[in-house]
Design a binder for this molecule. Structure first.
Ligand SMILES: O=C(CO)[C@@H](O)[C@H](O)COP(=O)(O)O
Ligand SMILES: [Fe+2]
Length: 218
């Protein structure tokens, strides 16, 4: 399987020292930034002004995961701020194709996320419009939850559809990714792995990234 990316989530980092926390993950492919609005999910994190500042100081590209209502209105501004990859939720978007096109037109990669109970099939025709599918492997809203094995068949179906299409669409998984679970997600076809507590919950985040990379390749 093609190996790609380990994207640590700063949801598990020290929010008072974000710049220093970013320097601790130089071995990452991108930094995953969880934006929560307390409407789409029952939690509140950071919004555009903070993400735009992180974008200016981060040594690695930003991978924004927008767990927000009305992404059609808010997501394009993240692309304008220079975020490399902007992911909105299919459940929240009124016009996912138009939104993906707006993100791409602003120079960002367009990602679409699905909660665990959202089927992939209604969205497969949209693959040419997307750069990434994010299959949530926990219910969105909080870090530190256990990986849901019931999402594995959906990862597999998404990966099969991408392979069949011949399109360069990444399959990201997010939630409960650890050294123990990452192999199952990789085997199912995931190519981009978000890990919050498994990276920032350790003494040496760069070493944790290297261990996750090795476990995904096993
Ligand atoms: O989007 C989310 C949670 O909604 C994630 O990005 C979490 O931040 C991942 O944290 P861990 O499950 O890896 O601790
Ligand atoms: Fe996330």
């Amino acid at each position: 399987m093609a190996q790609c990316c380990i994207n640590p989530s700063i949801l598990s980092a020290d929010f008072v020292n974000l710049e220093a926390e970013l320097r601790r993950i130089g071995g990452a492919d991108a930094v995953h930034v969880d934006v929560m609005d307390n409407h789409f999910v029952p939690n509140l994190t950071i919004g555009l002004p903070v993400v735009a500042r992180i974008q200016k100081v981060s040594p690695v590209p930003l991978d924004a995961h927008l767990m927000i209502a009305d992404p059609d209105r808010w997501a394009p501004a993240y692309a304008e701020a220079g975020v490399a990859s902007v992911t909105f939720h299919a459940e929240a978007a009124a016009a996912p194709v138009r939104l993906a096109r707006e993100l791409r037109a602003r120079g960002a990669k367009a990602g679409m996320a699905l909660k665990p109970a959202t089927a992939i099939e209604p969205y497969l025709d949209l693959l040419p419009e997307m750069d990434m599918l994010l299959i949530m492997t926990v219910e969105p809203g909080f870090g530190g939850q256990a990986f849901l094995d019931v999402t594995l068949p959906k990862i597999r179906r998404a990966a099969d559809a991408v392979a069949g299409s011949g399109l360069p669409v990444a399959i990201q998984v997010d939630g409960g990714i650890t050294e123990e679970t990452i192999g199952r997600a990789a085997e199912a076809g995931a190519t981009v792995f978000v890990a919050g507590s498994a990276v920032y919950g350790t003494e040496d985040p760069n070493e944790a990234i290297a261990r996750l990379r090795a476990a995904a390749a096993r």
